[in-house]
Write a protein that binds this ligand. Sequence first.
Ligand code: ADP
Ligand code: MG
Length: 315
Amino acid sequence: MGRWTAWPRMSGAETIPDEFGQIAELFRPLTRGAPEAFNLLDDAAAIPSRPGWDMVITKDAMVAGVHFAPDAAPAQMAQRLMRANLSDLAAKGAEPFGYFLMVAWSPEFGWDKRKAFARGLELDGAQFDVSLLGGDTVSTSGPFTVSMTAMGWVPSGAMIRRDSAQVGDLVVCSGLIGEGWLDWGLGLGAHIPVPRLDLRDTLRRCATAAADISDGLIADAAHLAAASGVGLRLDIADMPVSRRAQAWIETQPDMGLARLRLATAGDDYELICTVSPDHAEAFGLTVIGEVTRGGLEVFCGRQPLEVTSGGWIHH
Ligand code: ADP
Ligand code: MG
């Protein structure tokens, strides 16, 4: 976007190309030749409609110091942004297609860091087969800020929603819960989640409703229930955890509260869904509860748990 003062050309000893040079060097390779992007030389992208399909669109913004540590590796910032977006598409049963990117470079985000950031996007673009189609590049005196809009396809009318859980459905989740929190707590740094795009066919076949788990298993299950106007009974004794999570739980004085910690921590990017009881065997998913007529009840085995804060809510 145009600015009313000159673009800053120097940061420390590094020479930074002008805006168009940056787009050419950092971002054009990320289009992977997608014809919709017109090599990032036009004012806009154009995506032909696809008869029989709906485009699912999601957006996430991240701010250094808020959503990732200010000193996090730039490539990891890029991967977290990309994967958080793709996780939303995964939860909707969508097949990723492309993305738009806004970056606001902060003063300390020099050329090497910008290249590392673009490299993170390049790796994930190749891994998940998504292309950059356009965006905007600005600079800011505030913290480094990025925002991505990701798009994917679902068969017409088939996006898996949050508001369609039915009383009597089973509640299931994917993967292992609490790994993001454990990585953080063990000082392993930012958790680089793997979006569960592999579950697309299972979800399309079985899920009555779904959401991805970013705020915490219980919080996101509660969001889904609220959207559907139903209640939930969850048993976190059944929640799947890794061996290292189990080892940590066993060091804690109260197993129920320890598991609750993992169930409310967030940053999992696994999926929570509801399935009708005849789909209980849904591949790769673990039953952790059922949909009820109202209220949220959380148990760990026979022990009822009081959930005061429903996970980390991001504002
Ligand atoms: P305009 O001023 O017409 O809005 P820009 O000059 O800001 O467009 O951008 C020129 C082209 O570069 C457009 O195709 C835009 O989508 C692309 N572009 C700019 N920044 C980015 C970015 N961060 N990621 C991807 N494409 C970008
Ligand atoms: Mg223009």
